[in-house]
Design a protein around this ligand. Structure first.
Ligand SMILES: CC(C)(COP(=O)(O)OP(=O)(O)OC[C@H]1O[C@@H](n2cnc3c(N)ncnc32)[C@H](O)[C@@H]1OP(=O)(O)O)[C@@H](O)C(=O)NCCC(=O)NCCS
Length: 174
């Protein structure tokens, strides 16, 4: 089984939207992804899994926006049947490599305090807590939940830990 992580092709906005809808309660339509990726500094990566000679199956995505020395992770998701295999980590590391190529030195993201899978992944890299938005997320029938703002320093002269195939600053979206 082979996992590839690559920039999202122009015609694959519906694939991104489908993965997003499978991972989050409030989906982003394909048009929203197209509009996002048309903004300066925005990029998205798709993880696809291939078993022997079968067609690659999309299993995860990450969408980010880089501006100057900072890059924000806007969304990250892995299909339920593919979780727990470090695909989320590989997507995040690939996004960090892409962000470095764009000149970013820090990654930022936001996570709900009760999202323990995501927090385990971020802690591993490690992302550290630098802020908190109290009761930011609402939960049906429950109290609202804090949003934690996390940061990961990419360093000045680190070699990218993971170069997605074909990744260069000249690629669309990078
Ligand atoms: C958060 C998410 C992207 C992590 O992706 P992933 O590929 O499962 O990430 P990893 O394999 O690196 O594992 C993350 C953690 O998930 C937990 N996990 C392990 N197996 C799991 C499984 N089968 N199913 C769900 N979570 C599992 C573990 O805590 C693991 O950390 P650990 O290995 O150190 O114990 C994924 O769970 C997801 O898409 N969730 C829904 C959307 C979401 O919450 N996105 C993040 C918003 S901030």
């Amino acid at each position: 089984m082979r996992l590839t992580i690559a920039p999202v092709p122009d015609g694959a906005m519906a694939v991104l939207a489908a993965l997003h809808a499978a991972c989050f309660r409030e989906g982003w339509p394909a048009a929203s992804f197209a509009a996002l990726l048309a903004t300066p500094g925005a990029f998205a990566l798709l993880a696809s899994r291939q078993v022997s000679s079968s067609s690659p199956v999309p299993v995860g995505f990450i969408a980010c926006r880089a501006a100057a020395a900072e890059c924000e992770v806007l969304s990250l998701g892995v299909a339920a049947q593919a979780r727990g295999q470090r695909i989320g980590q590989r997507l995040l590391e690939a996004a960090e490599a892409a962000a470095r190529l764009r000149g970013a030195r820090m990654m930022f993201l936001e996570v709900a305090a009760d999202n323990l899978s995501a927090r385990a992944l971020y802690a591993r890299l490690p992302y550290i807590e630098v802020g908190k938005r109290s009761r930011y997320y609402t939960r049906e029938g429950l109290n609202s939940v804090d949003a934690l703002v996390l940061r990961h320093d990419l360093g000045d002269d680190e070699t990218p830990s993971c170069d997605p195939p074909g990744l260069s600053p000249h690629d669309r979206g990078f």
